[in-house]
Design a protein around this ligand. Structure first.
Ligand code: CO
Length: 212
């Protein structure tokens, strides 16, 4: 069986298994979605949103792109953010990065990668901001991992700065924006920072300059 047909075989098995375990599952899904989380993550195939937090369909509204970047000119990402906040009224917006991110590593290298370099330019400004700290590290792996963390923080800032989030917070809507990072090596998430209405809390990580 070729790998494309494999998708349908696995889908039929999954649908049957899900219905067996929970007979009302698809009936309930068909009526509405009511997720509490918006997940903004990397497209990397090793970081599937629902699977790594062990949540079923219906629980996570998801947007993924290369290197989990949020920029105010990206109508795709902004549309997802607007729908999640204004219609779904999610309680948590999560920016999830991951260590060893190929997009982040590519942004740091001086090689050309074609069209995607235009997208990764958004990370270059973060590199410029933290040039001294990054250059002080002894290996490319350490530099990439720190930049993966810094990129998450930068994208949390970008989420918070959108008119969508600002307007919702001004109107008194309650939700938080979180920055977390995933380790492909051990499957664990690290909580990095949390921004609510007018408050910022870092989770044992010292990034004061980034939060002003
Ligand atoms: Co990645």
């Amino acid at each position: 069986m070729d790998s494309f047909q494999e998708i349908f075989r696995k889908n039929r098995e999954w649908a049957a298994r899900t219905k067996k375990n929970c007979p009302d599952f698809f009936e309930a899904m068909a009526h509405q979605q009511n997720p509490e989380y918006l997940w903004i993550g990397c497209s990397d195939s090793r970081v599937p949103a629902n699977q790594i937090v062990d949540l079923p369909p219906g629980d996570v509204f998801v947007h993924r792109n290369v290197a989990n970047i949020v920029v105010p000119s990206d109508l795709n990402c902004l549309s997802v953010l607007q729908y999640a906040i204004e219609v779904l009224k999610v309680k948590h917006v999560i920016v999830c990065g991951h260590y060893g991110c190929g997009g982040v590593a590519a942004a740091m290298s001086n090689e050309k990668h074609g069209m995607i370099d235009n997208w990764l330019r958004h990370i270059r400004s973060t590199i410029r901001l933290h040039k001294v700290t990054l250059e002080a590290l002894s290996s490319d792996e350490e530099r990439t991992d720190l930049l993966c963390e810094l990129n998450v923080i930068e994208q949390v800032r970008n989420v918070c700065a959108t008119t969508i989030v600002q307007d919702a917070w001004d109107a008194g809507q309650k939700f938080s924006v979180h920055g977390i990072i995933y380790s492909i090596r051990n499957g664990l998430l690290k909580d990095m920072l949390h921004v609510g209405v007018g408050d910022v809390e870092t989770k044992g990580i010292d990034f004061p300059k980034l939060l002003d």
